[in-house]
Design a protein around this ligand. Structure first.
Ligand code: ZN
Ligand code: ZN
Length: 379
């Protein structure tokens, strides 16, 4: 008889504190589970027993789209509480698994947040990247980052470093697909001909002219898209997120377990599976076209037509860690985002016009000084 797979609840329940049976939480500095009640440190073992990522399963895309009620929730168990709040300003939805209560939006700092009621739970993440960069490390590198922003207002540096740093798991979708494409195009081959012409003096001369010979071409393309990422977040500004990607999702994912998100904020996706699937499809079409373009022989090409079929489409819903500073300056809201795994930082900043004006004046004075000295120098 085949050995039965362990029930999901058994896997989740095994991360209770061995000393006091309290709920363990992921600690980024220790890279282990820590009991918030008695401080016991428990190493995370599941990744060592199995091949890395072996427990992370891909899900059939069509089946999920046709059966939207299955595979949802955050891993509920006895004593498990979950709160969802939505920001009335930026619309981001935050999920807190046990304990944490927010008074301000983690994404924009707005105090106008209300409970988010929904008929459906979010699709359960299959896996996540646990935080690797601890809060202490993050504050150090943020200090350096701000130090390099010459024109940021001074009071920003202190304000942004005190208490607004938040660790947030962002929702991502990853898609796999096998693409078979048939392409047709006209391949252009350059050749040169001599052409005679009259110059402005009326003499006959000859020159080389480039011409193109068009030849029909066709071929096949096979390509496998592995873990193409589509962000499900609306809370983090998209251009910043692009700058701190990638997350090493192919190699370092851990199977989802509530211990990893307890005590942290999780953003609930608002780009749902339907929207994400469409974005992924458009992205794949563009990439397939680009791949086919490269296959067309010759020096130039025109009228490329691609007929592609996508098979075995699967998806995963994953969570990726970021550290986020959000603050308002004047009437605008700004974000600084750091990859919670690689530490890459990207941010928006207001500019201090006082500092910029002084810098411009200083440069002008310097130029003036150099010019005057040049004139007064004895020859
Ligand atoms: Zn304990
Ligand atoms: Zn907000």
């Amino acid at each position: 008889m085949a050995e039965a797979a362990p029930a999901p609840t058994a896997a989740l329940g095994k991360h209770a504190c061995p000393e006091c049976s309290g709920d363990l939480q992921w600690n980024a500095a220790k890279q282990a589970l820590v009991c918030p009640y008695c401080g016991t440190v428990v190493p995370w073992t599941q990744g060592k027993e199995a091949e890395p990522g072996a427990a992370v399963v891909e899900h059939d895309l069509l089946a999920a789209l046709n059966n939207p009620a299955s595979g949802r929730g955050w891993g509920d168990q006895p004593g498990f509480t979950k709160r969802e709040v939505q920001c009335q300003s930026c619309r981001a939805i935050s999920v807190f698994v046990d304990g944490k209560v927010a008074t301000r939006c983690d994404f924009c700092g707005s105090p106008s947040i209300i409970a988010h009621e929904t008929a459906n739970d979010a699709i359960t993440p299959q896996s996540l990247l646990p935080f690797k960069v601890s809060e202490g490390q993050m504050r150090d590198s943020l200090r350096k980052w701000y130090g390099a922003r010459w024109f940021a207002p001074s009071k920003l540096k202190t304000a942004a470093l005190t208490d607004t740093l938040r660790g947030i798991y962002l929702p991502y979708w990853t898609f796999d697909a096998q693409v078979s494409a048939r392409w047709r195009a006209e391949a252009g081959h350059y050749y040169y001909e001599s052409e005679s012409y009259r110059d402005d003096k009326g003499d006959t001369r000859s020159r080389q002219v480039q011409r193109t010979r068009w030849v029909p071409a066709a071929g096949n393309l096979e390509h496998f898209f592995d873990d193409a990422l589509v962000p499900g977040t609306t809370g983090v500004h998209a251009d910043l997120l692009r700058q701190v990607e990638p997350f090493p999702t192919l190699t370092d994912l851990k199977p989802y377990s509530p211990e990893f998100v307890r005590g942290w904020t999780v953003e609930r996706y608002q780009i749902d599976l339907h929207k994400a699937e469409k974005l992924n499809q458009e992205d794949m079409q563009q990439k397939v076209k680009a791949l086919c373009t490269r296959k067309v022989p010759g020096d130039t090409q025109r009228n490329l037509q691609v007929d592609a079929t996508y098979q075995g489409r699967t998806f995963k819903h994953i969570l990726a860690p970021v550290w986020l500073v959000s603050y308002t300056y004047g009437s605008r809201s700004f974000q600084v985002v750091a990859n919670g795994y690689t530490g890459a930082i990207a941010g928006e900043q207001p500019y201090s016009w006082v500092k910029i004006t002084f810098a411009v004046l200083a440069v002008l004075m310097l130029i003036l000084l150099v010019v005057t000295m040049g004139h007064t120098k004895p020859h």
